[in-house]
Write a new protein. Sequence first.
Length: 296
Amino acid sequence: MASLKEVRNRIVSVGSTQQITKAMKMVAAAKLRRAQDNIIRMRPYAQRLNNILTNLSSVQGEAGQNVYAQKRDVQRVLIIAVTSDRGLCGAFNSNVMKAVNNLINERYRDLQAAGNVEIMAIGKKGHEYFQKRNFTMPGDYTGVFGKLSFETVRVAAEEAMEGFRTGYYDQVDIVYNEFKNVATQIIRTEQFLPIQESVEEQGTAQAESDYIFEPSKEEILEQLIPKSLKIQVYKAVLESNASEHGARMTAMDKATENAGELLKQLKLTYNRTRQAAITTEILEIVGGAEALAAGR
């Protein structure tokens, strides 16, 4: 049985840990509110812009002119993996890494064996993980979440788009956590490039006749499509940011509860140990008194 001092030290240590996890939960809750507001405002805009993007790519004759919609034989792939800069958020980061590994094993095993799969990790945890596994990693985006804005994310999106536009990459996928609620994050694996055409059936062509291209289709393709693609990456990062704070809040809440349960057990152990020590002292005193009485 542990000594009273050892149990007392553990109680103090667990109590300090509980205070830290409780504080981290409160900080994550405050950050989550702002991140959730940002993604809720972004979703309708990004969704509408993405609909326009896919519709433009499906207009007769436009897909051939749009370099970002060109389908090629897949010889080299870029995977954008969105993780976090910090840990202590449960399985948030490991789920992304697992999804990326599954994607490679299921679709790009041969390309990976040839060294033709590259990882663009947005977030320090993903960067460190894939760097240790000797993946080719274009760019360093480990500090994006420290000053999260469209401008910081735009650089990563432009690098991926430029690689596809020049033909260096034949396909670009993106893996991230989509925010559903505080306790639930959904792993999304989406094709970023080439742009997927609208899957709507025959009503699509009729619907597109309502579009008025001003000033021209060419300028629309040159300006709107790149902007829309950058918005899609920014949306994925905002989703991941909200998911991270939700996952951390949940993890810290659970850690605080576990610390509370451990404190109860330690205090019970402390009281039992203390009681056993007192009982032992009483028995020693009684035994000594009886010994003295017998010796008279």
